[in-house]
Structures are given as structure tokens and as C-alpha cells.
Write a protein that binds this ligand. Structure first.
Ligand SMILES: [Zn+2]
Length: 308
């Protein structure tokens, strides 16, 4: 491959937006976000390549490429295949077949967007130096990632860490995955406004709900109940993996003053005593480019053989 040693392009393909981040080592050289074009995967890849050329002419072929997707990556049966339930046409898509003919060359790396976000936290964010940590990332849904012994734990098929679809209550509200009672159906940017509206309170967004909770006791009590569900999952994950750190990222990071005391109270009530002081909760210190940044750093580390 022609890729230059410390240059990498991270591309985060989400349901609504594509975000890109060009790095040299840990230094961010350029970033760009654009609405995801409603095109076939092949044409989307060509569109992404054209955007990359605009950011930095000649970058294709020079930089290592890391791709993060809002879905699962499978490595079984050869190739790196992306399965994205919320992106039309992106099901079983071979990413190497998409990007390599465009001149990106071999050595493409790919990972789930929450894993990419967690990777960025571990390299340059809130989880630097952590040996074992769990990330819960609130985007449209709820993503998760698990780092064990200083390594991203991807599972047998690259699907580990779907914390958003852990069950809180089997008869709970409907989740975007089609099943009921997942964490995401109680605590996410789509379920909080939806369930509040069902309870007779109209809010614009999850952010709006957090804002209203400061002055409206009814909204605060609703957020408190949703936080109890989040705390239930956090504590289950902590009991399972014994991490030193849980990082909360995405749309909730700006509402830490409201959420942290609620979460702490519920966790305090549920925690198995030996774990009480065993872990810390931190909020993400990165912005909405965390997935693209993580994909770039992952491609760089894997490409140079330094990746955990
Ligand atoms: Zn679900």
C-alpha cells in the first residue's frame, strides 16, 4: 500500500450525516460534515472520495482509511461487511469493495460508530489510560463499547457492546430495533420525547426535556425514572465487567449537572457493595466528530501495527 505512515482519514457514515476527520498522528488537520447523500453505497463512497479530495487534494492513496458505521461490522466470510439497519441499502455491504477501487488502497479498517467513539475517548478523550472501561453513547439510538485489558472488545462478529438493546423490561415501550423494553426505548433522543408526549407533555427533543426538567417537576420526575433505567444497565455492565470507568457520551454530555446526581442515587441503591467505590462515571470530552476521529486513529494504529 502507498499509505503514508502517520496520515489517516476517518469517515463516520451515520443515518443523517457523514463526518470526516483527517489526522496526522494525533493532530487533527481537517474536519468536514455533510448530509449523507441518498445514493447507493457505491455512489456514496464516490461522493465521500470527492469530499476527501476537496478537504486535501491528493489525500486518497496517501492516507490510511478508517470507516465507522451506524451498524454492525462483520468479518466472517472474508471482507469487512457493514450492516446498517437505519441506512437504506447498507446491508451486507463489502467496504473494501466500495473504497479500494476509488484509490484508497488496501488496509482499510472499519468499526461500529460507538466503538469508534470509544476508541477516540481512549486515545485522546475521557478514557486515556483506562485499562477496562465501558462507553455508552447516546446518538439517535444508544450505542455501546467495551474495552477490556486495554483492547477494544469486538466479540466474535464485531457486534459486542450493543448496550442500547440490553433489556430493561420485556413489556416496555417499543424500540427502533423492533423489540420491546430495550434501554434505548426508555432513554434515547427519540424515546424520551415520545414517552413524555404519551404522558401528556410536549417537548421538542431530549435536550429540551433536560432543559425543562430544571423547572418542571413533572418532567424532572420522568427524567428521574428514565435515569433509573440507565442506572440499572450501568450497574449490570459494571457487575459483569468490573471496569474502572464508565464514559457517557453523545447528547447527554451537556446535561451532566442534571443527570449525574440522578444516576448516582439510583446506582447507590442498586450496586453490589464491593463495587460501590470501584468505578467512576465520566462524561465524554469529545464532540460530534468523535466517531470520525476514532476511526482515523484506529486505522492509524492498526495500520502501523501499534493497535491494541
Ligand atoms: Zn432495541
Amino acid at each position: 500500500m502507498r499509505a503514508n505512515g502517520d496520515l489517516a482519514l476517518g469517515v463516520d457514515v451515520g443515518g443523517s450525516y457523514v463526518k470526516m476527520c483527517l489526522v496526522r498522528g494525533e493532530e487533527v488537520l481537517a474536519r468536514r460534515a455533510f448530509p449523507r447523500p441518498d445514493l447507493s453505497p457505491k455512489d456514496t463512497a464516490a461522493y465521500i472520495a470527492a469530499q476527501a479530495e476537496e478537504i486535501s487534494p491528493g489525500i486518497i492513496g496517501e492516507a490510511r482509511l478508517g470507516v465507522a458505521v451506524a451498524g454492525a461490522i462483520s468479518r466472517s466470510g472474508g471482507g469487512l461487511r457493514a450492516h446498517c439497519p437505519n441506512i437504506r441499502g447498507w446491508w451486507g455491504v463489502d467496504l473494501e469493495e466500495l473504497f479500494e477501487p476509488l484509490g484508497f488502497g488496501s488496509g482499510l479498517q472499519a468499526l461500529n460508530d460507538a466503538n469508534a467513539h470509544a476508541y477516540a475517548e481512549w486515545r485522546v478523550g475521557s478514557a486515556v489510560g483506562a485499562k477496562n472501561f465501558v462507553m455508552i453513547a447516546l446518538g439517535t439510538g444508544v450505542g455501546g463499547a467495551i474495552f477490556l485489558e486495554g483492547k477494544l472488545y469486538e466479540g466474535s462478529h464485531g457486534m459486542a457492546g450493543e448496550i442500547g438493546h440490553m433489556k430493561v423490561s420485556p413489556r416496555g415501550p417499543r424500540c427502533n430495533c423492533g423489540k420491546r423494553g430495550c434501554l434505548e426505548s426508555f432513554f434515547s433522543s427519540y424515546s424520551i420525547p415520545r414517552e413524555l408526549e404519551r404522558a401528556g407533555v410536549k417537548v421538542e427533543s431530549m435536550k429540551d426535556a433536560f432543559e425543562r426538567a430544571k423547572t418542571d417537576r413533572r418532567v424532572l420526575s420522568f427524567i428521574d425514572r428514565a435515569s433509573a433505567k440507565m442506572a440499572q444497565i450501568i450497574i449490570n455492565v459494571v457487575h459483569l465487567f468490573d471496569p474502572e470507568l464508565v464514559v457517557l457520551g453523545g447528547g447527554v454530555a451537556k446535561s451532566r449537572e442534571l443527570l449525574l446526581p440522578l444516576l448516582r442515587r439510583h446506582i447507590g441503591r442498586m450496586v453490589f457493595e464491593p463495587f460501590r467505590e470501584s468505578f467512576e462515571i465520566r462524561f465524554s470530552s469529545l464532540d460530534e466528530y468523535a466517531g470520525a476521529l476514532g476511526a482515523a486513529l484506529f486505522a492509524l494504529d492498526r495500520g502501523t501495527g501499534g493497535a491494541p
